[in-house]
Design a protein around this ligand. Structure first.
Ligand code: 13P
Length: 232
């Protein structure tokens, strides 16, 4: 299993340190990846140096350097010890909802991340409105076809937008059905589930066929909860 923590825009260095200290000795069989905000990355990289836990970022630009004020490049992420990068999270897609070209930008980011030696975690998923109109598979197919690279290593995270931070999760059958659908589009790719994963439901979700791990938001900010998820 791959257990990735998306800390989103949370924690200062002072707040993150005790959390990392309490989990960094992890010796379990799962691959654990922490994705803090940019400002925490150098400090976290130092803390995780001798640990089996890897570091990820939450976004990157599609160029490696240049006049792009406020952006961070894949090369710069690699430079501070980052190995993974989340791309196309729904919270970033929604900031760019009015850009009809955004899927193409995501595709450029993914290529650029792979070129810099990072492994992208590509997020896809339907909104509640799309789900109610029975468009889930159509949306997922469109997101995958528009952004997933032909070459290079990557991970896909299926995160139904309506399940994120809501305490709601799809049924076992729904998760299995969508993961199977995605695996037919991108055979051999690891597919994570994300959206209200917590210490109570992680065992059940991990047992669903086609689920290779989780992308965890809220529950990754509390050591006791995240430790249980890490050991799933
Ligand atoms: P929650 O686990 O808080 O629902 O967030 C999921 C998520 O968006 C991870 O990327």
């Amino acid at each position: 299993m791959i257990i990735a923590a998306n800390w989103k825009m949370n924690l200062t260095i002072r707040e993150a340190k005790p959390l990392v200290n309490s989990i960094k000795k992890y010796k379990g069989r799962n691959k654990v990846i922490l994705c803090p905000t940019f400002t925490l990355l150098p400090e976290m990289a130092g803390m995780l140096k001798k640990s089996r836990i890897s570091l990820g970022a939450q976004n990157c630009h599609f160029e490696q350097k240049g006049a792009f004020t406020g952006e961070v490049s894949p090369l710069q992420l690699k430079d501070v010890g980052v190995s993974y990068v989340i791309i196309g999270h729904s919270e970033r897609r929604s900031c760019n909802a009015f850009n009809p070209d955004y899927n193409r930008i995501l595709s450029k980011k993914i290529h650029s991340a792979i070129n810099a030696g990072l492994i992208p975690i590509i997020c896809i998923g339907e909104t509640d409105e799309q789900r109610k109109k029975a468009q889930t598979k159509k949306i997922i197919k469109k997101q995958i076809e528009a952004s997933v690279p032909k070459k290079g290593k990557y991970i896909v995270a299926y995160e139904p937008v309506w399940a994120i931070g809501s305490g709601k999760t799809p049924t076992r059958e729904q998760i299995e059905d969508i993961h199977e659908y995605i695996s037919k589009l991108v055979p051999g790719t690891k597919i994570l589930y994300g959206g209200s994963v917590n210490e109570k439901n992680c065992k059940e979700i991990a047992s669903i066929s086609g689920v290779s791990g989780f992308l965890v938001g809220g529950a990754s900010l509390e050591a006791n909860k995240f430790k249980k998820i890490m050991h799933v």
